[in-house]
Design a protein around this ligand. Structure first.
Ligand SMILES: [Zn+2]
Length: 419
């Protein structure tokens, strides 16, 4: 439970420019609108201002007015309760002439409030307390047997969260809620986990159960999608219009965030890049298909490959183990080359279809050497439509193996603070 901050480095290496949205000025006073509508309007303005301050800390009131199209009076009114509860601070920059307040700086106070981020993986749970700007301050976690009932694991999650809150001494009134990143699709209300591939869980009322036991509001989301959101709001994807996040652990999944919104495709909510067919007549996949990318890029297939190549397979990161063994062994190098080519084929489909500005590599992939990122970028560029080749940018995610905690926390922040 040691405090652990997080440092960020830009991922793509290219200068990125934020485009100012074109916003029409709005009239703030409509005497005929109902109180309910006014409250909704006020809350949506609050969210708009907070999201802007999250993206660009330290803007002045005048800059916020210019960006949002709201009047300075409205901004003062909307921000006042946030200043009162400590989540926002105003700092007056005194002008050199000593007249007026030419630039009142408005900033979010990151540690004024927190959310709890929870990642439920296939056999392990990580819990963290994360501030308003996505920095994790305290963590804990536990492992569980994958055959255990969801109820038993959720009860342990509740105990773990309650214990962490008690140990850290965070005032409950400063906890806004809890976000749970789960390994499968969720219902449209973001309250239930519908099913998982690697755990025998079906239609689990995660939010209801945890709310009852922990006493905080809970929101639930697909783990990979929530990690993509964390990268887009607080990580290497900050300020970009479109970010894809690839996550390799038990399987291979992807999440996409466009204009700050996580892509919610169909029923599943994540992009099943692992089940793209990348080899004709390849191995049979757990999904029933043949030659899927997961037949070479999943935890199980990586450990099997290590066994087949007579390398130790009981390693913490089988992907990195394979890459480092390839340096000394031609047979391993040939397997790594085949794996890289198939990975590039899968990524090229993603790029040709969606062309994200940045693709971040997470899970086991977050620890690959820089040379591998370069090789994979080159191989992907070769496989995409020529005009978009230069736009292919890959980088390692620096969320590390706690990506799901940041993911859950980001979903909670979006729901309970930045909405
Ligand atoms: Zn498959």
């Amino acid at each position: 439970m040691a405090p652990s901050g997080r440092r960020r480095s830009p991922g793509g290496g290219q200068a990125r420019q934020r485009k100012d949205p074109v916003v029409m000025p709005r009239d703030d006073s409509f005497p005929h609108v109902s109180n309910e509508l006014q409250r909704t309007e006020e809350s949506s303005r609050r969210g708009q201002i907070l999201r802007l301050l999250r993206a660009e800390p330290g803007l002045t009131r005048i800059e916020v007015a210019r960006r949002t199209g709201l009047s300075a009076t409205t901004i003062t009114r909307v921000v006042a309760p946030l200043v009162a509860d400590g989540s926002v601070t105003e700092k007056g920059k005194v002008s050199r002439l000593g007249t007026g307040r030419p630039g009142t700086e408005i900033s979010i106070v990151p540690t004024s409030h927190y959310v709890v981020g929870v990642h439920i993986g296939a056999g392990s749970v990580r819990v963290g307390i994360v501030d308003l700007l996505g920095v994790s301050h305290w963590q804990s976690g536990f492992d569980f047997e994958p055959h255990q009932d969801a109820d038993v694991v959720l009860d342990r999650v509740a105990v773990s969260v309650t214990q962490l809150i008690a140990d850290t001494g965070v005032d409950r009134s400063r906890l806004l809620g809890m976000g749970v990143a789960v390994p499968g699709p969720v219902d449209s209300g973001h309250r239930r986990l519908l099913l998982t591939i690697n755990l025998p869980w079906r239609d689990v009322p995660v939010a209801d159960r945890l709310e009852r036991m922990v006493g905080l509001p809970v929101v639930v989301d697909h783990n990979v999608r929530s990690m993509a959101l964390a990268e887009a709001h607080f990580g290497a994807g900050k300020g970009l219009r479109s970010v894809a996040f690839i996550y390799l652990r038990m399987g291979l999944g992807a999440g996409l965030v466009v204009e700050g919104q996580a892509f919610q495709g169909g029923v599943h909510g994540a992009i099943e890049i692992g089940h793209l067919r990348v080899a004709e007549g390849g191995e049979k996949c757990i999904c029933g298909g043949v030659g899927c990318l997961e037949t070479v890029l999943s935890e199980r297939s990586l450990r099997t490959a290590l066994d087949d190549l007579e390398l130790p397979s009981d390693v913490s990161n089988p992907f990195v183990a394979l890459l480092s063994a390839a340096e000394a062994d031609p047979a391993v190098a040939a397997h790594a080359e085949m794996m890289t080519k198939r990975f590039a084929t899968g990524l090229s489909a993603l790029v040709n279809l969606l062309n994200p500005e940045l693709i971040l590599l997470g899970g086991f992939l977050s620890a690959v050497p820089e040379e591998f990122v370069g090789r994979l970028t080159e191989a992907t560029r070769e496989a995409v439509f020529p005009i978009i080749r230069p736009t292919v940018q890959l980088a390692r995610s620096d969320l590390g193996l706690d990506a799901g905690v940041y993911g859950g926390a980001t979903v909670a922040l979006d729901q309970f603070f930045y909405n």
